[in-house]
Write a protein that binds this ligand. Structure first.
Ligand code: ADP
Ligand code: MG
Length: 690
């Protein structure tokens, strides 16, 4: 590793600026990838690649120079350029300064008769012969030809004080000095099988490609590299989990499970039975369970989780049930009361709004093993909560948690079984890549008697009519707005404002949003669950898990603003009982093409499985999985939604590699092994490799 300031032409001051971009060493610079590339070739055919942008470049002789003042403080330096084919007018703008000559340098370089290259912005898209000058280079400047003109030119993310031009120059310097030393770690066999550049060539071609094909090939190499390493790390992590021994056994004793089943008031669906059997088999196996339970909104995941928790408790263990929001944790707490009251099970709710005294008591009782099941949010768990005998962790709506949080939980009770649940199904390839460390159960079948929710576009008047109709039948309604406070700039309606208005339109209206005190949130929720309030005006906080079967109508305002997964989740709040449900989508004025497509998709399908396939393409996988916001998938260049073909290739190659060399001991895999340790060894405690 060479500190960046020792690179020729950098020095301490520029090194500090580069530090702001997170660039400390020359190696960092090598792997600081361009954001896009500009095509500055004269007369080249457009490449038609999304990451290459054609810009205006002229080469010619300066035939006239005019130095002009305008009325304000703006000064213009005008040059006429004879390119041989046309005469072009290039204007350079600067703010006037009383202290120095803002055009000093230009006047020196851009003299009449000078041969120059100019890069600029057309002042009018129709007349490419009138440019606002941005960069110029004197013909014969060797560095210019190498880095800045007559080629594809990299565009890097910048920071104030660091010019694009300088960035290109030091990037080139870094390549010249250290680019040959980056070494490869992908086995040569893979490179030829997949037609990939070796790492050194790929790096050169990525920064300064000769043409679009070379650039595409270089990108492909790095995309594949990222996906392959990640896929491999998941597989190794998975294998490691399987090697841990729990050191305790389970028996299905039924003294809790049987009465629980009896008081449910319904039969498990076949899918639920299958999932429960798989979970019980996992729990009785010698190594810890790591299972994902995927089931559409309303498919009945909670009672499956409850069954697993009861098995742990029957065997003298403790369980924890985690929800992403306080509101949902409280809901679950009520559900537990509904199904478990009267059984010999102690459970408690711990969220950040539980009072300190109460909290202290819960923590003590947990440590003493007096509480069997803890329900809470992730936040509540972080503050020194210790279990006496934690056997099972259930994570609800796992897409709202990050992969990293999941890993952290795993460490907390690394021998405990883990069940994660999500209503956002994941396509098979992605599942294999991202959740390669999990087994999968799916609830496809809905509990009997459910009717699909009727989904329609409506204006507010129609939507409120629908609400009124349902209220008359004794049902309840949700009306959702995108923001809490008014947001004039984006023209979005707000919960607070609309609540004030709706109180005059409906009776028994209440309001719920994330910034209310927890006590109040709880009261509002309780009132809605008990039916005391009839209309709940809310933000997206109600998106996950809330279960009020008597609520039959959902109005989503500014519906074009939500992602498809969120819309489907919101819609899933209704149609949970025997009464069916209606979902009315009210749009704002400006619906983008994407927004319109999401609403069409939502209306055309009631299956989360179908929608998630679509969403992947519409929104990008990072968002749908809730990964991007957590920074778990900080890929430099790969994009899971775009690169699914390469991902599939990477997974197939991973399988083949691990079959042939399970511990990466073969000499040709030594580099790969070192790279994996460097990237994931600590972060994921991949002890097997070291
Ligand atoms: P989700 O999978 O979205 O978390 P829930 O677990 O909240 O769904 O279940 C939705 C509703 O369906 C709850 O009221 C639950 O009690 C009920 N439910 C679950 N399983 C069944 C079943 N087999 N038959 C009838 N109702 C069920
Ligand atoms: Mg749920």
């Amino acid at each position: 590793m060479t500190a960046i300031q020792y690179l020729k032409g950098v020095g301490p001051k520029k090194a500090e600026l580069l530090g702001r971009l997170g660039l400390e060493t020359v190696e960092d610079l090598l792997f600081y990838f361009p954001r896009k590339w500009e095509d500055r070739r004269l007369g080249a055919k457009p490449e038609n690649l999304p990451f290459i942008e054609k810009v205006s470049v002229l080469k010619g002789r300066i035939v006239l120079v005019k130095d002009l003042y305008t009325s304000g403080r703006l000064r213009i330096f005008k040059t006429i350029l004879d390119t041989g084919a046309v005469r072009a007018e290039v204007s350079w703008f600067r703010r006037h300064s009383p202290r120095f000559d803002v055009f000093g340098l230009l006047r020196k370089d851009l003299k009449e008769g000078a041969e120059v290259w100019v890069v600029g912005e057309p002042e009018d898209p129709l007349f490419k012969t009138r440019l606002r000058g941005e960069e110029y280079y004197l013909d014969g400047d060797a560095s210019a030809k190498l880095n800045h003109i007559a080629r594809l030119v990299p565009v890097y993310p910048l920071t104030a004080g660091l010019s694009a031009k300088l960035m290109r120059e030091i990037s080139r310097k870094a390549l010249q000095e250290r680019g040959g030393a980056v070494g490869d770690f992908l086995p040569a066999g893979l490179l030829s099988k997949r037609g990939l550049f070796d790492r050194v060539s790929a790096l050169r071609a990525l920064h300064f490609p000769e043409n679009g094909f070379q650039l595409t090939t270089a990108r492909k190499r790095f995309i594949y590299e990222e996906l392959f390493l990640m896929a491999l790390a998941w597989a190794l992590k998975r294998r490691q989990t399987l090697r841990v021994l729990k050191g305790f056994g389970y028996e299905v004793k039924k003294h809790l499970l049987t009465p629980f089943k009896e008081r449910l008031g319904f039969e498990f669906t076949n899918d639920q039975k299958r999932a429960i059997n798989a979970i019980f088999a996992d729990m009785r196996a010698p190594s810890p369970m790591a299972r994902l339970l995927e089931g559409d909104v309303g498919s009945g995941k909670t009672v499956v989780a409850l069954s697993a928790l009861l098995l742990a408790v029957e065997n003298g263990g403790q369980g924890v049930f985690l929800a992403p929001t306080e509101i949902l944790a409280e809901q679950h707490y009520l559900t537990f009361h509904k199904f478990l009251d009267g059984l010999k099970v102690n459970f408690a709710l711990l969220t950040s709004s539980v009072r300190p005294k109460e909290k202290k008591k819960i923590i003590e009782r947990l440590a003493a093993g007096e509480i069997d099941i803890l329900i809470g949010t992730h936040a509540a768990l972080e503050e020194g909560v210790k279990f006496k005998n934690l056997r099972l962790t259930v994570i609800d709506e796992q897409h709202r948690f990050g992969v990293r949080q999941r890993a952290a939980l795993r460490l907390k009770g690394d021998k405990a079984d883990m069940l994660v649940m999500t209503a956002t199904p994941i396509p098979r390839t992605l599942f294999l890549a991202l959740y390669g460390d999990l087994d999968l159960s799916v609830l496809k079948e809905m509990p009997p008697g459910r009717q699909p929710v009727k989904t329609e576009l409506a204006d507010e008047f129609r939507a409120f009519e629908a609400v009124r109709e349902e209220l008359l039948k004794g049902r309840q309604a949700y009306i959702v707005y995108p923001v809490i406070e008014e947001d004039g700039a984006r023209g979005l309606k707000s919960v607070k404002e609309e609540f004030a208005r709706l109180k005059g339109i409906f009776k028994n209206v209440d309001m719920l949003h994330g910034r209310m005190p927890s006590e109040l949130k709880k009261k509002v929720m309780d009132d809605f669950v008990s039916g005391k309030s009839k209309v709940l005006v809310a933000t997206q906080v109600i998106e996950v898990g809330i279960d009020v079967p008597n609520a039959t109508v959902m109005v989503i305002n500014n519906a074009e603003n939500y992602g498809l997964a969120s819309l489907h989740q919101l819609r899933g709040r209704v149609g949970r009982g025997k009464h069916g449900g209606r979902c009315l989508l009210v749009t704002g004025q400006a619906v983008t093409e994407d927004g319109g497509r999401r609403l069409d998709a939502l209306r055309s399908s009631s299956s989360g499985f179908e929608l998630s396939e679509k969403d992947i393409y519409m929104r990008g996988a990072g968002d749908i999985l809730g990964l991007r916001q957590h920074g778990d998938m900080d890929f430099k260049i790969a994009d899971l939604s775009r690169d699914s073909g390469l991902l599939e290739a990477a997974i197939a190659d991973r399988e083949e590699l691990l079959r042939a060399d399970p511990d990466l001991r073969a000499p040709q895999n030594a580099g790969l092994r070192r790279k994996l340790i460097e990237l994931y060894g600590k972060k994921w405690s991949l002890i097997d490799l070291s």
